[in-house]
Write a protein that binds this ligand. Structure first.
Ligand SMILES: [Mn+2]
Length: 448
């Protein structure tokens, strides 16, 4: 059919970076962590060939650093050459991590690779069977930060399917990575598809015309980049999107697993705790084959390449072990994790426990009976309730914790000297503070 084509929308490859993992996993897992980001791009190209797409879009951060390594550059080119052999085009804008910075490419790019200019907005016409089927418009970053609202110059007429590429935080007040809002993008006329990059989490912000979407990072590299990574696959016929899917790419997934102890079986020692952890972890391993992906996908071929999970265990619940847990020495903590990982050695998929976060509380009289005994406990609950989600008091509370805390949700320009936080962590801190106050009060009032 005339005007029918398909493409893949990817972003944030970060070639040159590796997966963070604690402890000493097997050599195979270590090698996997070193290679996973490279493998991710290779899988994207294999997928493109498998799905016979016409072109691939890469919306910024091809490389992890603008000092593109020889290896990274070579790898990118070699993969693009595979696509060139069957006429698949590659359209790239550079982002903050690989801003062009007037630096020369280390090698010549193959003819199928088109890197959009960093000097001015560039528009390319895409031909198929001698006809223009689409236009692609965009601009590469010149520096590590770009504050110009480039998308205001994304001006196209309405004759074919128009794709706009943009590397942005999609926040009106962010001056480093092109300030813009969803509404501003929607106001740009005649754009059918906004191919965004920069945010490492998959997010479809507008599902109808214009589609506005972040594919996220294809292969997460730390606990901040949890969940299945992948790309979008889009089919267009007669200027309309007729199919859009998320295709998983990541071979290794970072995951947080919550385990609540003490509900069914009483945990009296660390051996009990370990058994409980092993049981829950194995459930995760054996469920992988059923549903490793949260989003719709039909990428059966790649499912077989899935390798495993790097997990953070969050242990919650009431336990008589609380005293021992809170006085656990660093070396005992490390040994405990090592023992768990030894027990979980390679199944069909690996599961590596990277860290354990204890959010347990001691066994004690239930809170309702404490409230009856002393009204101070009701007062405590009232105070705590002031800090519910996104209230002014809560914002004040976090401010009071000091400048050492900094929300770094975009995993860009991470400030290593600051504690990163999210809503989940705030909840945890409040919960623990509440618990501590209850314990101390009960102790002081001698009602334990
Ligand atoms: Mn990025």
């Amino acid at each position: 059919m005339s005007g029918t084509f398909r493409f893949i929308h990817a972003a944030d490859l970060h070639i040159g970076s590796f997966l963070n993992i604690n402890g000493k996993p097997s050599k195979e897992v270590q090698a996997l962590c070193r290679e996973a980001v490279y493998n991710g791009f290779e899988s994207i190209c294999t997928t493109a060939i498998w799905y016979k797409v016409d072109f691939i879009l890469i919306c910024g951060d091809v490389y992890d650093s603008y000092l593109r390594s020889v290896r990274g550059n070579r790898f990118f080119i070699n993969q693009c050459l595979r696509l060139s052999a069957i006429n698949i085009g590659v359209y790239v804008i550079y982002g903050n991590h690989d801003a062009s910075n007037e630096k020369q490419e280390l090698f010549h790019m193959p003819e199928n690779v088109h890197i959009l200019s960093s000097n001015s907005v560039e528009m390319l016409e895409i031909y198929k069977d001698g006809e223009v089927i689409a236009k692609i418009i965009g601009k590469s970053y010149r520096q590590r930060s770009e504050r110009e609202k480039v998308y205001e110059n994304y001006l196209l007429n309405n004759d074919v399917f128009n794709i706009a590429m943009l590397h942005t935080t999609l926040k009106g007040d962010n001056i480093n990575y092109i300030p813009c809002t969803l509404e501003e993008l929607k106001r740009v006329p005649n754009i059918d598809y906004w191919a965004l990059g920069h945010i490492h989490k998959t997010n479809i912000l507008s599902a109808a015309k214009p589609v506005i979407a972040f594919p996220g990072i294809p292969q997460g590299r730390d606990m901040g980049e949890r969940g299945q990574g992948g790309v979008f696959y889009v089919e267009v016929a007669k200027k309309e999107i007729v199919n859009m899917e998320f295709l998983p790419i990541a071979k290794v997934i970072y995951k947080s697993i919550e385990i609540i102890i003490g509900e069914e079986i009483e945990i009296v020692n660390f051996a009990d705790l370990m058994l409980e952890i092993l049981e829950k972890s194995k459930e995760v391993i054996y469920n992988i084959s059923e549903a490793p992906n949260e989003l719709v996908c039909s990428n059966e071929a790649l499912k077989d390449e899935f390798k495993g999970y790097i997990v953070r265990l969050v242990i919650k619940g009431r336990t008589q072990l609380q005293d021992k847990i809170s006085h656990m020495k660093d070396e005992d903590y490390k040994q405990f994790i090592e023992d768990i990982n030894a027990e979980l050695s390679l199944e069909k998929y690996f599961l590596w426990v990277d860290s354990i976060v204890f959010r347990t509380t001691p066994l004690m009289k239930d809170f309702e009976s404490l409230k009856i005994q002393n009204s101070i406990f009701s007062d405590l609950d009232e105070v705590i309730s002031l800090y519910g989600q996104e209230k002014e008091d809560r914002i004040k509370l976090v401010k009071n914790w000091g400048a050492i805390w900094k929300q770094q949700i975009y995993t860009e320009n991470i400030d290593e000297d600051k504690f990163d936080f999210d809503d989940e962590l705030i909840e945890d801190i409040i919960l623990q503070a509440r618990q501590l106050v209850i314990e101390k009060l009960a102790e002081a009032l001698e009602i334990m």
